[in-house]
Design a protein around this ligand. Structure first.
Ligand code: SGN
Ligand code: CA
Length: 513
């Protein structure tokens, strides 16, 4: 463990880093950025998982740095990807939710690195309304069993389990690169997104096992704003029987169910294995006629086992990538970053999905390995966010960080050096709740989190929540309104409103003076 010192200071909204000349002339590293979808820290061994093992990710962390306090600025896919690319909060890049436009004119790390001589590629899930920009090569996938990909070179006739296919395509691209230039590859996995469809390799993993439940699986939302109970992502109620829980016994029904949700179904070749895998358990489930808590427990097991099977594919991908780098003599000169677009509820508060500013969805894994530049086995506990990735990649590549970037480069932390000033609180804003197509009904909210406290303003309900994370890490006791915390709540409220101005966030409620 190599803890990083923190220097308290106000968050700096705009940063401009001038790279020293001697660093610009140093050989520039390759960058391999592996980005998962919905991979919660609670499902990574190195982050203390109680529910699964991730030997390859753990090895990556053991050889590099794990950021233990890593957060997103908006816990949903499209906004997160746009923030990763631009280093800016969602109100700046425009993709405030999965349906809003993205400001493709903004500088991104991909454009900057490409312009500076890097070979760049993006392979996998994209989820922005614009075509990938700043990549010499790109290929987009959708769903768990890919059948053909749209790419910058036209349609690619490739198929297979998507995580494996993304990995293969990425490594092929590296093999075929021009070896005299550094590369930056962004591998964007679709796993472990709903509808948690395992690959043939992992269909039987966890069969007959019982995965531990989170302490808050039966949360009754007492003391929280009304928005918590109104949220539609309960394991007990909101999972679709066929699509999510794979309850039909026959492959036919699974195919139908998948088709009705407009996703790619289980392909013919996998159908038999699928039936053999779920069939007997589903039969036993039908005969058991479970009710009440027993039924919730069964649903949790089905959900979490499938989720973790998808995570196992992600972990295997990391293993494949690390082996490839070793075999090709690239490990030493490649910065490998593993992160997810956001966290996920793995039964905490009785939920699946993300969106909320509560810890399981707000936190996101961030692991970086760069031999000789990052101390093996180190842990950084600075408050970092997904908007920090773009300036980090830019600084590492020796390019200027543009003024539109609101995040801060993690490069000093790589070297265990606390920058002159670093944020002592993070700003968060979630806003997907459209009357036309409400999904999951998570109310619009913004908030501030320090190392110890969290204040959430659920402005859609004119409600507030306040948590002492040291005493209540599971966020079960909303302390807003408690007299003994009034001074702290008042100070954080002032700070939250100041942050909205500092970051120039004019979305959501109007500013007040
Ligand atoms: C889909 C899922 C939702 C999920 C969103 C956003 N429903 O719409 O459960 O919240 O994606 O996820 S599904 O029935 O279509 O699977 S995100 O990661 O892409 O933002
Ligand atoms: Ca996601």
């Amino acid at each position: 463990m190599f803890p990083c010192l923190l220097i308290a200071g106000l968050t700096v909204a705009v940063s401009w880093v001038q790279i020293p000349d001697e660093e610009v002339s140093a050989p520039r590293p390759n960058i391999l950025f592996v980005y998962a979808d919905d991979h919660a820290e609670a499902a990574i061994g190195a982050y203390g998982s109680r529910i699964n093992q991730t030997p390859h990710l753990d090895r990556l962390a053991a050889q590099g740095m794990r950021f233990s306090q890593s957060f997103v600025v908006n816990s949903i896919c499209g906004p997160a990807r746009a923030s990763i690319l631009t280093g800016a909060h969602a109100h700046v890049h425009g993709r405030v939710n999965n349906r809003s436009p993205f400001r493709d004119d903004l500088p991104t790390w991909a454009k900057a690195l490409q312009a500076s001589g890097y070979q760049t590629a993006m392979i996998g899930k994209w989820h922005l309304p614009t075509e990938p920009n700043g990549f010499d090569f790109w290929a987009k996938t959708h769903g768990y069993y890919a059948q053909g990909l749209q790419s910058s070179k036209g349609k690619l006739e490739r198929s297979g389990y998507t995580v494996d296919l993304i990995t293969e395509l990425g490594l092929e691209w590296i093999e075929n690169r021009e070896a005299d230039k550094p590369f930056a590859l962004w591998l964007c996995h679709n796993a472990a997104h709903r509808t948690w469809m395992p690959g043939p390799k992992h269909l039987k993993l966890y069969r007959g096992q019982t995965i531990p439940e989170p302490a808050t699986l039966f949360d009754d939302y007492a003391g929280r704003s009304p928005a918590a109970a109104l949220t539609q992502m309960r394991i007990s109620r909101d999972l679709f029987p066929a699509y999510d829980l794979k309850l039909p016994v026959t492959g036919e029904q699974v195919l139908d169910a998948a088709a009705t949700r407009n996703l790619k179904p289980v392909p013919e070749g996998v159908r038999k294995a699928w039936e053999e895998s779920y069939g007997p358990e589903n039969l036993a489930f039908q005969q058991a006629n479970l009710q009440g808590e027993a039924l919730v427990r069964w649903k949790y097991q089905r959900y979490i086992q499938d989720y973790l099977r998808c995570v196992a594919a992600l972990d295997d991908s990391i293993g494949t990538v690390m082996e490839f780098l070793d075999q090709h003599g690239l490990a030493d000169n490649t910065l490998v970053i593993y992160a997810s677009d956001q966290g996920f509820f793995l039964g905490e508060h009785g939920w699946y999905d993300k969106r909320w500013m509560y810890e399981p969805a707000l936190k996101t894994p961030m692991i970086a390995r760069w031999p000789g530049h990052i101390q093996a086995g180190s842990v950084c506990d600075a408050l970092v966010q997904n908007i920090d990735v773009a300036p980090t990649l830019m600084e590492v590549a020796g390019v200027k960080i543009p003024e539109t970037v609101q995040g801060k480069s993690l490069r000093p932390w790589f070297q265990n050096q606390a920058p002159e000033s670093w944020r002592d609180a993070i700003y968060y804003h979630y806003q997907e709740y459209d009357e036309g197509r409400i999904q999951h009904r998570v109310a619009k909210h913004c908030g501030i989190r320090t190392k110890r406290y969290k204040l959430i303003w659920i402005y859609q309900h004119d409600a507030w929540e306040f948590y002492d994370l040291q005493q209540d890490p599971d966020e079960m006791n909303n302390l807003y309104g408690r007299p003994e915390y009034q001074d702290r709540i008042q100070a954080l409220t002032v700070r939250l409103l100041a942050m909205r101005k500092e970051f120039d966030d004019r979305t959501g409620p109007p500013w007040t003076d």
